[in-house]
Design a protein around this ligand. Structure first.
Ligand code: ZN
Length: 128
């Protein structure tokens, strides 16, 4: 087996079929943090020349968190609106039914506790 380390390579290993190169040894430089990371550390993107985004997964996630913090009201309004879509409601209903079927004791326990809190028999603590 030939071990090859190519730094700053333009072609994503996911697109390189049959090259006989160990894909885990290929690296790409992140434009966010500047670190050289393996292609597994980048999200795939068909439109990009290299087949991957130029920012690593860690940088993309931190950008998303930062964007959410700075535009909190907009994001909340967007989430509320999106949650009212028919397909979203349908999916939520399916997931809920599946959960209740998979964990019937948890469902009954949650149901009983919620009713007891609502009726005032038990008091909800502020900290879980
Ligand atoms: Zn990065």
């Amino acid at each position: 087996m030939v071990s090859v380390v190519i730094i700053g390579m333009q072609m994503c290993p996911f697109k390189m079929k049959g090259f006989g190169v160990d894909k885990t040894l290929l690296y790409k430089q992140c434009i966010g943090c500047g670190l050289k990371k393996s292609f597994n550390s980048f999200y795939k993107h068909k439109e990009m020349r290299s087949g991957c985004l130029n920012k690593c997964i860690v940088c993309v996630k931190s950008d998303v968190v930062e964007c959410r913090k700075t535009n909190l009201e907009y994001v909340r309004a967007y989430d509320r609106k999106r949650g009212k879509l028919f397909l979203r409601k349908q999916r939520t209903s399916e997931v809920t039914k599946k959960y209740r079927k998979q964990y019937p004791k948890r469902y009954i326990a949650n149901y009983l506790v919620a009713n007891a809190v609502r009726s005032g028999k038990i008091k909800k603590s502020k900290v879980c």
